[in-house]
Design a binder for this molecule. Structure first.
Ligand code: HEM
Length: 113
């Protein structure tokens, strides 16, 4: 699927894009705290997801916020982020397929993944 720039306006209008970009700019200075809130919330909603991630979330938090930054910047030009977002989605879909056996394995081994 190809997203042309004209499609952008159908998904989010200029005002909505500005709101997302302006509010993300407020979050950026506290990116590490924001990432902690994100993963705290994720693992509260579904504690069984925790074993899918490394014990030390430092790298994961950085990857999350760096990815969000690129995505938020790309809202004004979706074509620039289309393939990266698609690949990320495909990797997450694969993670989902492997999630169940992986969770059981990591739990039963009780090791740092
Ligand atoms: C805005 C939402 C999200 C973004 C931007 C995001 C981004 C990322 C990035 C950049 C990575 C690093 C590896 C890679 O590039 O493939 C990653 C890994 C991962 N993500 Fe996400 N993610 C998001 C939401 C989620 C959610 C909701 C889940 C679970 C339900 C999840 C589960 C995972 C898992 C299990 C890994 C692999 C961790 C590891 O191997 O240590 N992600 N994610």
């Amino acid at each position: 699927m190809n997203i042309s720039n004209s499609d952008t306006s159908r998904i989010l209008n200029d005002e909505q894009i500005s709101l997302v970009q302006e509010t993300f700019a407020l979050v950026e200075p506290i990116a590490d705290d924001a990432a902690i809130l994100f993963y705290d919330r994720l693992f509260t909603l579904d504690p069984s997801l925790r074993p899918l991630f490394k014990e030390d979330l430092a790298g994961q938090k950085k990857a999350l916020m760096a990815t969000l930054k690129i995505a938020v910047k790309g809202l004004t030009n979706l074509a620039t982020i289309e393939s990266a977002v698609q690949q990320l989605g495909e990797r997450h879909a694969r993670l989902r397929r492997h999630a169940r056996p992986l969770r059981h394995r990591r739990r039963s081994l009780a090791v740092d993944p």
